[in-house]
Design a protein around this ligand. Structure first.
Ligand code: G4P
Length: 530
């Protein structure tokens, strides 16, 4: 098979939602329809099996949230579908943002009762920033949700994206009868079932088909005809090109837990969703079709067995062909590395692979060579962009509580922050260490893992910082500012100087008093969301 054919087969995407909208359920149902798992409940029960072997995962179990981001691949029709799972909990939002750098499109799940929620807005901001194509799945139609027109209006208004329904619900909650698929005039009748796997659709001649009242009742068919007329008036016909540019989101309605509406979502997804796209580097755009391999690490996962310190780096292949045992250039370290047992995540089992293509995610055993954002190439000195650090929201100082274990603590903090669990800022002189996170939960994760994996213990003291700002400007102005603000200047993981502003006022004053300096709330300036 040619590289072009391999590329055309791949569909790599993420499912995003505000917690509880049904992301885990939909993921599982897609796997079920894709034949990757045989029974419902496997994704969740798999989570629990993992927790048995990992203290880190114990935290996830206790809190019932998905901390880890993983990859699930399966064959569907003639495609290879790679789902990159993202943690829904807001404390792990940064992990999700990073995973979104590795996808080519997303499915956004909305709870029909709740509509657009806080995390929905934030995640969509990241998608818009990168023009990621989005398909919307409005879930939980078996419950008394909001009016579909209201929901669509809210999506457009709050997420600044045009929408186009491709299916339409007939009633909802107790009166939910199914959905009408506008693109092929068929009717998918609802039957609450957690096990049903095929959608039996009735093909109609159109919305005026005389079969309709017999199937859904007189009143419901009148309402449906009225709704569809209104939809056709209100929304432009669906334009796949606009979807691919991230400007228009097709919308589907369904009920994930009842396996309803999932098959048409998957069928449309494999047809419409873009394959691997070009990706920006610090030098040029890299096209998937380029013959030479390149890829980047978007996630590092601690080994689930705490007795083995090695980790798994998740590499997204961007161009060419990745090959087992071939030497590749680790650009940041200027080092040639090869991998004996790279693996993929096909159907939930890991297997060693010989090669991988753009769109694929490869698991690499790592003994400490990788940081998030690292690039591997066949020689070229380029670094993939779009994997910025965002300004944390909570900062704490690390205080060593066991001086006999200083080395372990240093190493633990360093490795955990390399994994992207949190950001580490060092202050010189004095070697004070500040940890910055998006939520409180990470501090617990760090403390727990330091103790169990590194045998080190620490305390976190509160410090009053509002934002971390990366700076650009003339060298003398930067040097002067850093000298003047010495107590608030720290170094990030790459040795860049960062200004920790104590309050919004301090930051505003710094901006006003130093017009030559630009203060950025992300470490990559072109793509910031802050
Ligand atoms: P998340 O990953 O987005 O956080 O959501 P998740 O899939 O865990 O779903 C959150 C809750 O919503 C779950 O209930 C799930 O069963 C339920 N749910 C998902 N899809 C639908 C749907 O179509 N209709 C209805 N009525 N509920 C749905 P739970 O009680 O929190 O967990 P569980 O005990 O059912 O697993």
């Amino acid at each position: 098979m040619t590289l072009q054919q391999e590329i055309n087969k791949r569909k790599t995407f993420g499912i995003i939602s505000h917690p509880d909208a049904g992301k885990t359920t939909l993921t599982e149902k897609l796997l079920l329809f894709g034949g990757a798992i045989q029974i419902a409940g496997a994704v969740k029960s798999n989570k629990i099996t993992k927790t048995a072997t990992s203290d880190f995962m114990e935290i996830e179990k206790q809190r019932g949230i998905s901390v880890a981001t993983s990859v699930m691949s399966f064959h569907y029709k003639d495609k290879i579908v790679n789902i990159l799972d993202t943690p829904g909990h807001k404390d792990f939002a940064e992990d999700t943002y990073r995973t979104l750098t590795a996808v080519d499109s997303v499915i956004l799940v909305i709870d029909s009762v709740k509509g657009v929620e806080e995390q929905t807005r934030k995640l969509m901001q990241v998608c818009r920033m990168r023009s990621t194509p989005v398909i919307v799945f409005i879930n939980k139609l078996d419950r008394e949700g909001r009016d579909p027109f209201d929901l669509l209006e809210e999506l457009e208004k709050e997420l600044s994206i045009s929408v186009r329904p491709l299916s339409w619900p007939i009633g909802m909650g107790k009166t939910f009868k199914g959905v009408y698929l506008m693109y092929n005039h068929s009717l998918n009748l609802f039957e609450a079932s957690k096990t049903k796997r095929t959608d039996e659709v009735v093909t109609l001649k159109g919305i005026d088909d005389p079969q309709l009242p017999a199937l859904i009742g007189e009143k419901a068919s009148e309402q449906l005809a009225h709704d569809i007329e209104f939809v056709e008036e209100l929304y432009e016909p669906f334009d796949p090109a606009m979807y691919q540019e991230g400007l228009l989101a097709p919308v589907f309605f369904g009920s994930a837990v009842n396996n309803f509406g999932v098959k048409e979502l998957l069928d449309t997804f494999v047809e419409l969703a873009p394959g691997p796209r070009a990706r920006p580097t610090n030098v040029r755009e890299v096209e998937p079709l380029e013959p030479k391999f390149s890829g980047f690490v978007f996630k590092i996962h601690a080994n689930l067995d705490p007795n083995h310190r090695d980790r798994i780096a998740f590499l997204r292949v961007c161009s060419g062909k990745f090959e087992r045992n071939k030497f590749f250039n680790h650009v940041r370290l200027h080092k040639n590395l090869r991998f004996n047992n790279p693996y993929n995540f096909m159907a939930q089992s890991k297997s060693i692979i010989e090669e991988a293509y753009p769109g694929d995610v490869v698991g690499l055993y790592d003994t400490g060579n990788f940081k998030i954002g690292d690039t591997l190439t066949e020689g070229e000195e380029i670094m993939f962009m779009g994997i910025p650090s965002f300004s944390p929201e909570i900062f704490k100082e690390v205080i060593n509580t066991d001086p006999m274990k200083t080395k372990q603590l240093e190493k633990g903090i360093e490795q955990l922050t390399d994994e992207g669990v949190a950001q580490l800022f060092r202050q010189q002189p004095g070697n004070r260490k500040y940890i910055g996170t998006v939520g409180e939960l990470q501090f617990e994760v760090i403390q727990h893992r330091l103790k169990h994996e590194y045998n080190a213990s620490c305390r976190f003291d509160n410090v009053q910082f509002h934002k971390a700002c990366w700076m650009t400007g003339p060298t003398t102005a930067l040097n002067d500012f850093c000298k003047y603000k010495q107590k608030e200047i720290v170094l990030d993981k790459d040795g860049n100087r960062v200004f920790l502003a104590q309050t919004p006022y301090v930051l505003r004053m710094a901006r006003e008093n130093n017009p030559e300096i630009t203060f950025h709330e992300t470490s990559e300036f072109k793509v910031g969301i802050g």
